[in-house]
Design a protein around this ligand. Structure first.
Ligand code: GAP
Length: 477
């Protein structure tokens, strides 16, 4: 019987993640680095599986989205015209008593370290991480200054025309990208929820200026809720948040955040929820600001540095305009954390022992099947188990494990979310059959080795929910 149906708090996942090789504190042998985390053998698989699911869902299964991979370091002018140099700030305050530094908008007038109200006035702190380019760069050389991107989105906007022309696209169409972003967060924390280096899955969906932008935001919200559910996240742990006008980013005229219940241990009124992703209507702000011909309110050229005009000519309507953008922007790391928290469960066996079972959706499970020999001192059984592992590997991620008794081996696979275990026993040598055990029901079935690959694939497919498919416009190129 399952006692716990999702993780009681983030700390439970921090400890499981380290113990079982999902996520380790980074630079730990030198005392760590505050907010940096390293993905271990199982974490990298889980994170890759999430990214693959997203890429398949948007780039492969739809007909209106292209993928790209742009640079992390861009010309500094990108960040001047995107508005990030001027406005990508967080309000910073210092506690005069304990010298602790924190974000003014995340506290209620009190130091989060010592409780003092003796705080400095808030001042703006730009969150872009700086670096210097070139071998001869001096510390304060403004020509050498460059930034590590704080969002992947700008790499998409500056490539809008390249992609549109190369792929002969008409509106509407989208450009998707997965990659690292960097923010010098004032108060990183809560494991992989807020870090200075993180990964984003962003998509910019370009539409006509007269499209129904508000409706499109709602549609993308609904699609993403469906996608998160297909990853195994329960709808009860998801919530929508319409961002108030006063809190919108400088480029957005509407943003809806999809929130996840990362803090179930807190009382309802104490912020149980934190942003998992946001869906923003960015208007034509970005394409216009990077365009050579766009003008400001006084009719002056707004961007004298750009050499390209990122407008679109609609052949049918004989109109030129700057496309508007709907942007669903999700975090890989926050998705990893939400998936782990939601998959966490505990179950007590007949002997009263409590076991952790990670009920990961089969598509996300780092290992799909573990091949376990019942007796590791019997060469024929070991040989048969290893041969089965090798034969399965081309069709699904399988591992061989003989580092404990069968009970321990099952428990270990349950804890890392392996959906199916295959046990090779003495009988297998006679009847060329193995026992397949289900992670969630602990039920066992005998399967012929010759039918095993097909059987496992069928079981995994049947247990994996399918993400929602949107009607996509027909290709007209
Ligand atoms: N291009 C729009 C944009 O970057 P955002 O809401 O600032 O929007 C999108 O970021 C997503 O990136 C967030 O919803 C979150 O999942 C993730 N993210 C942002 N900052 C993060 C951080 N410091 N650590 C981990 N993930 C972060």
């Amino acid at each position: 019987m399952f006692q716990t149906m999702s993780a009681p708090n983030i700390d439970t996942i921090v400890s499981l993640a380290k113990r079982r090789g999902f996520v380790f504190p980074s630079s730990e042998i030198y005392g760590g680095l505050g907010s940096a985390w390293d993905y271990g053998p199982l974490g990298v698989e889980l994170s890759n599986n999430i990214k693959q699911s997203w890429w398949r869902w948007l780039v492969y299964e739809r007909d209106d989205i292209e993928g790209i991979d742009s640079s992390i370091i861009l010309n500094r002018l990108v960040w001047k015209y995107s508005g990030h140099e001027e406005t990508f700030n967080d309000p910073l305050v210092d506690c005069r008593d304990c010298k602790f530094r924190m974000r003014a908008d995340k506290i209620e007038g009190k130091c989060t370290n010592c409780g003092s109200t003796n705080l400095t006035e808030p001042r703006n702190f730009n969150m872009m991480l700086r670096t210097l380019l070139g071998a001869a760069a001096e510390e304060d050389d403004p020509f050498a200054l460059a930034y590590l991107r704080p969002e992947t989105a700008q790499g998409i906007f500056i490539n809008f025309l390249n992609v549109q022309i190369a792929m002969r696209r008409k509106l509407p169409f989208g450009i998707a990208q997965i990659g690292k972003s960097f923010r010098n967060e004032i108060t990183p924390g809560n494991f992989i929820l807020r870090t200075r280096e993180f990964e984003q899955m962003e998509m910019e969906y370009f539409v006509r200026p007269d499209a129904e932008h508000w409706k499109l935001v709602d549609e993308w919200v609904e699609l993403y809720v469906g996608w998160f559910k297909s990853l195994g996240i329960s709808g009860e742990n998801l919530q929508l948040h319409e961002v108030p006008k006063t809190e919108l980013a400088h480029y957005s005229s509407r943003t809806v955040d999809i929130m996840y219940r990362y803090f179930p241990e807190r009382a309802e009124e104490e912020r149980q929820w934190e942003e998992l992703m946001g869906i923003a209507y960015r208007t034509d702000f970005d394409l216009r600001t990077h365009s050579s011909k766009a003008t400001d309110a006084e009719g002056n050229r707004a961007n004298p540095d750009s050499t390209e005009d990122l407008s679109f000519f609609d052949e049918a309507a004989k109109q030129r305009f700057y496309p508007h953008v709907i942007e669903p922007a999700a975090g890989v790391n926050r998705t990893v954390l939400a998936v782990l928290m939601d998959a966490y469960s505990e179950r007590t066996n007949d002997k009263g022992e409590t076991r952790v079972i990670l009920k990961l959706s089969p598509q996300l499970a780092p290992i799909k099947a573990a091949i376990l020999p019942l007796a590791k001192n019997k060469p024929e059984i070991v040989g048969m188990a290893k041969a089965i592992k090798r034969s399965l590997q081309p069709v699904l991620r399988a591992v061989y494990d003989d580092t404990g008794g069968i009970g321990k081996l099952y428990a270990r696979q349950d804890e890392i979310g392996t959906p199916l275990c295959v046990t090779v026993d003495h009988q297998s040598l006679e009847d060329e059959a193995v026992t397949v055990r289900d992670r969630d029901t602990w039920e066992q079935e005998r399967v012929k080795v010759t039918e095993l690959a097909e059987y496992l694939q069928r079981r995994l497919k049947a247990a994996a929910p399918v993400p929602p498919v949107a009607d996509t416009p027909s290709l007209d190129i």
